[in-house]
Design a protein around this ligand. Sequence first.
Ligand SMILES: C[S@@+](CC[C@H](N)C(=O)[O-])C[C@H]1O[C@@H](n2cnc3c(N)ncnc32)[C@H](O)[C@@H]1O
Length: 340
Amino acid sequence: MVGQSLAPQAGLMRPTPGAACAPTGRSSGPALEAQMPNFAILDFGPDIDTCHIESPIDATDFAAFERRFRPLVERRGEVHRAVPGAATWPDCEPPREKILEYYLTVVALGLQPQTAYLDVASCVSLFPNFVAEVVGAPVIRQDLHYTPGRRTVSFPRLLDDSTRSASAAVRLARRLFRATRPAPGDGRPELDTAVRIECVGSDACAMPLPAEAVDAIGLHCSLEHFEGDADGRFADEAFRILRPGGALLVIPFYCGFDHFETVRPEFAVGCQFHRNYDPRSFAARVLSRLPRPFFVDVRYYTNHAAIDPSFYCAYSICVRKGERQAAAAGARPAAADERA
Ligand SMILES: C[S@@+](CC[C@H](N)C(=O)[O-])C[C@H]1O[C@@H](n2cnc3c(N)ncnc32)[C@H](O)[C@@H]1O
């Protein structure tokens, strides 16, 4: 895996939060390579507006997020059973790496209550429920293997009152989300017992959703499993569904020095295929298909393996629909103030 093969050595870590951004026109070169010597600098070519953001993970923030997330892991069976079509799938406790990916998504996307969020190839992920419960945003979850069609499902609310109280973790979550979630019930009893999430069973390349339906799309350990040319066709579809200024986040981003594809009997539920990109293949297969304007933020998680040797999330990529300055003014790309 790229994250493992490129994992930085502890001695090469940078202690300070980065957000060191090499702007358009300086998307690669000796300076960046010297700054992050164990990472491939993902240069998609001179015509792609790319910002490279050195993003060491804040271990304290992440630990607080993990505590906040824990009740969902403990009660995951209740989410699993409610996902249409998933009841017979094997139970699997999400590894710590998964929680890291969800944390990094919150940071990268800057989700807020008014952000309509679509979790693509969601499988039995707990993240859509976390967003619905904690951020209070409208959420859609989608997967090829869900029961076909669209339906709104009432999921049990799993983060209990004790985790909603003003613990450090909750304060952290509120700071990250820049929003205060409603008080329990907030005068509406249904808020205490259920969160409503729309579930979509379809190919991600042809989702039964209207144009410009959402502000943010996230894929966790997913795009790399899209077979044939489904990665490029999904990119077309994502840009149809995203509103102007909206963001498409792929994490981990399996990209590095080499392009290779692997077939194994079972990577995950229904997944037998895995693709690792190099920058050129990703540009050709995915970015070249997207209508302009758009711009790209690549985050380099330079200390991931030092925080936990099991972590392999070395990169994420966020593609924003629109001009960079327009999106920065409205749906901000979070990098500059993600640790504010
Ligand atoms: C590793 S799982 C995703 C895990 C999940 N995102 C999480 O965070 O736990 C990969 C998922 O990709 C889905 N998938 C593969 N090809 C797809 C496609 N063309 N459209 C939608 N989903 C697809 C599979 O059904 C599977 O559930």
